[in-house]
Write a protein that binds this ligand. Sequence first.
Ligand code: F3S
Length: 768
Amino acid sequence: GAEKVPMSKFESEEHLNDRYKAIEDRLAVVRKRLNQPLTLAEKVVYGHLDDPGHQEMKRGVSYLRLRPDRVAMQDATAQMAMLQFISSGLPKTMCPSTIHCDHLIEGTTSPQPDREGSFGGVADLKYAVKTNVEVYDFLATAGAKYGVGFWKPGSGIIHQIVLENYALPGLMMIGTDSHTPNAGGLGVCAVGVGGADAVDVMAGLPWELKAPKVIGVKLTGKMSKWTSPKDVILKVAGILTVKGGTGAIVEYFGPGVETMSCTGMATICNMGAEIGATTSMFPYNKRMYDYLVSTERGGAARLAEAFQENLKADPGATYDQTIEINLSELEPHVNGPFTPDLAHNLSAFAGDIKKSGWPSELKAALIGSCTNSSYEDMARAASIAKQALAAGIKAKVPFTISPGSEQIRATIERDGFIDIFQKIGGTVLSNSCGPCIGQWKRTDVAKGEANSIVTSFNRNFAARNDGNPATHCFVASPELVTAYAIAGDLSFNPEKDTLVGADGNEITLQPPVGDELPSKGFDSGVDTYQAPPTSTQRASLSVKVDPKSTRLQLLTPFKPWHGDDIKDAAILIKVKGKCTTDHISMAGPWLKYRGHLDNISNNMLIGAINIENGKANTVKNVLTGKEGAVPDTARYYKEQGLSWVVVGDENYGEGSSREHAALEPRHLGAAAIIVKSFARIHETNLKKQGLLPLTFADPKDYELIQPSDKLSIVGLKTFSPGLPLTVEGKRSDGSTYKFTVNHTFNENQINWFKSGSALNAMAAKFKA
Ligand code: F3S
């Protein structure tokens, strides 16, 4: 038989062979039913169907039930996901899962009193471990108890760790971070999701995804000089815009694919998130093989090679849209400011800056991050820095390097790149997100002061990196960012302009060069992984949560349905107009309470506009007659045993998949959310938490309701799929009215409602 290949070096009991066999079996069923050539995206997605024999498969239409191979979570989102999982009562996650401590480490570039006067990676990590101790302890113990691999702070950025250890061609994974698609560089169908989806998959429920459309990007030619894989995605972003990939998987193909490194392909897939794509994928190729061998996964490389027919599109497969890029003609790009789809060719960039009046003087240059910190990236950037060093010049502006992982950091240190970066004045930050996610203690520019920075990251929305909405952030390849750091000005074009060396002579930077993979192999550096203990050891573990903590709180399962109609519920708020998940559960300063449902519930609906007075966060308490804040009023009703509903407008809950927007109303005593229409993900999230998302059969009935009315929801005893419910309204003058509401619950989801939540339903099934 073929050699047995473990899913990762940490998971010796799970085998890639079995996954490939399952994909093949499902595809055999799917091929018979569809009888048409398949794209790569379809092969991998349909290869993970829960029920390939009966699943409807129409691109852009059907809702697929899928069985992903793994789950990855970053520390900011993992908190609520693990708390929910714990509350299910299940003894262990049903799907290989990992937690990555990367988002909570703040980067510094100047001496800090709270870091003993020091700054940079080592000092920042030490400080983060101190300030986030309870969150890290919780995640470490929860991971150990429930069988989740735990990557400690300092290990690196989730997507880089996944690429180095877990990504394998043809797998499907979900991650609680929008740049999860990074693993598409190694042929994974990797999708970014909210915590609620991660909980489902860890609990053994199928994961639901609308069958994606497929956009084909044909690559021809070969890159040269300053052009790099980053420029491919910067170009694609310019063509498709930030919305162009919505609901689609972007699939690359063509002879140009072979010319790119595996990590370069990962960069392209990573930034596919910037065009709204579900994910991006590359077909299996030799460069993936090389990367797998280099990261000590030769067995997987050979297995994937043998499986490659299933890892690329069939001849004649059709795409919903196709674009073509000739790599030989592709120019280096710089995109921005404020949006990643504002694409500039390098040759036109200086002119564009001038025309638009953007500050051309540079204030900071930042390389690395999950997007661009491969060995190749670092080698090419170092080749530029080395030329400055030889000419006796340094970076003119603060220059930071964020290694994607401890393995990258250790390897580039061994190979001398870190030394070069530091010699031109660079600061090596910790192996974490840092400035990429706004964890940057920037002190050189005042808030509101217009200035420019350039990064090799992915997102450049206003205030993303430093919290200053006046910072113009541009994105480019690490080698180009390094050249800008040395020049200190964005109107510098390294392809034609010269710099002045220490001796006064002009120098021209030669195009970057660098090895794709380290010739001496990777140095894994400090061991930063905590493997889950054996099941007997796990049984005796307990999860650490301080009952007095303000940041973490264990969850109690929600109560099951009481078996009767909802009677005389108060209307907490009748919302007017737009109500996104940000209106329902704000981010910003509230992020630190992501692991504490009661505390974060103090932001519930504080952004929604009350139709009664046109104000946010001001509603009349129907019991006391007094005006108060929305969360306080909800708490009061809960204490008094009064159930309540929210009445809302169109597309209620649009925005992110944030599960807090459903957990909070449930926690504070909501029974139903009645609106003109829902954003689909939020609607499902509400169902998962045991709430009733209902829509007016006649949207005009929205007008009928006065905020002081009482509403009863009738028909729950015969609650069934497709059968509408009735709402009976009572005015304060005693008069009554009635209207019909629709719902989209299926049998299974009705069971969630009756059990009190999807998790309760799951736990009951497990116990039975
Ligand atoms: Fe995300 Fe940047 Fe971290 S894109 S995972 S915040 S490095």
